[in-house]
Design a protein around this ligand. Structure first.
Ligand SMILES: [Fe+2]
Length: 295
């Protein structure tokens, strides 16, 4: 097999063919990893895999996160994105709070930016897909950074951003209880992220980004909203229409994504996500006193 990498959008994203994700040699994985670092979103078609195979593939990128308690797959490495009840296998009622909770996934975000140890990437596999809707849209925060005026880049370099899961879910009308709030305290990260392999810079923004530390509240909100709006401009995004057996790996340091709606009363959708942690990022944080002060 010959590995082929084809660009999907002008400034990020690639489809990779000629690989079997359940049986990757070291050499082929290195090529996949290289494409991931270069393109931010890598798409594979026709790669059906079970949970064990997904875990093995995902672990090639790094250690996996455990899923937090608000997801039905709590305690496993999977974050389940589905309208199918994990216990019964039947479609859930549309007013089920688990469906309501997933509406947060329809806001532009990167996964786990609200955690103290951020995520390197997520792996999402399509197990059951609706006939229409339920797409995933992607945007590049690297393209945004690289297109900014140098004076704005200089203003953002060195800034620290606070991400808060309780706050972002409240924006979509989902109030965490006391235990959920305690489990998800805010986390601080460098606003400008530097890819250690390519040296290219990106922005850690999206729905969980509450404020830039030390900035006036209004100014901070305006800047975060402006950066997000640049990233998600319609001609800048890639829209993935899922087929069963698709797998996508996205870089949570350099891209944003969101789900689009589908008719939960008519269709079944089951996507399994594994999330790769990035403990090495913490080393970079030593140069940011505002982060260590957050405790
Ligand atoms: Fe997500």
């Amino acid at each position: 097999m010959t590995i082929t990498v084809t660009s999907l959008a002008e400034r990020f994203g690639a489809e990779i063919s000629g690989v079997d994700l359940t049986n990757l040699s070291t050499e082929t994985f290195d090529a996949v990893r290289g494409a991931f670092e270069a393109h931010g979103v890598i798409v594979f078609r026709g790669q059906p895999m079970d949970d064990d195979q997904q875990v093995l593939f995902s672990e090639r990128f790094g250690p996996l996160e455990k899923t937090v308690s608000v997801n039905p797959a709590v305690g496993t490495p999977f974050a389940r994105q589905s309208n199918i009840d994990i216990a019964t296998g039947e479609a859930m009622n549309p007013d089920d709070k688990r469906i309501f909770y997933q509406k947060g996934n329809m806001l532009w975000h990167a996964d786990s930016t609200f955690k103290e140890v951020p995520s390197l990437c997520s792996v999402l596999t399509a197990r059951e897909v609706p006939a229409t809707g339920g797409d995933t849209q992607f945007a590049s925060t690297r393209a945004v950074y690289e297109a900014l005026d140098p004076s704005i880049q200089a203003r953002l370099d060195g800034c620290v951003v606070e991400h808060d899961f309780t706050w972002s879910r409240a924006q979509s009308g989902f109030e965490f209880n006391k235990a959920q709030r305690a489990e998800n305290p805010p986390a601080r990260h460098p606003l400008v992220q530097t890819n250690p392999v390519t040296g290219r810079k990106s922005l850690m923004i999206g729905a969980h980004a509450k404020c830039i530390i030390g900035w006036d509240e209004e100014e901070s909100r305006a800047m975060l909203d402006d950066l997000l709006n640049r990233a998600i401009a319609p001609n800048e995004i890639y829209v993935h229409k899922w087929q069963t057996g698709d797998a996508i790996v996205w870089d949570n340091r350099a891209t944003l994504h969101r789900a689009t709606p589908f008719d939960v009363t008519k269709h079944r959708r089951l996507m399994q996500r594994t999330t790769v942690s990035n403990p090495a990022a913490i080393d970079e944080y030593a140069g940011y006193p505002e982060i260590s002060q957050a405790g």
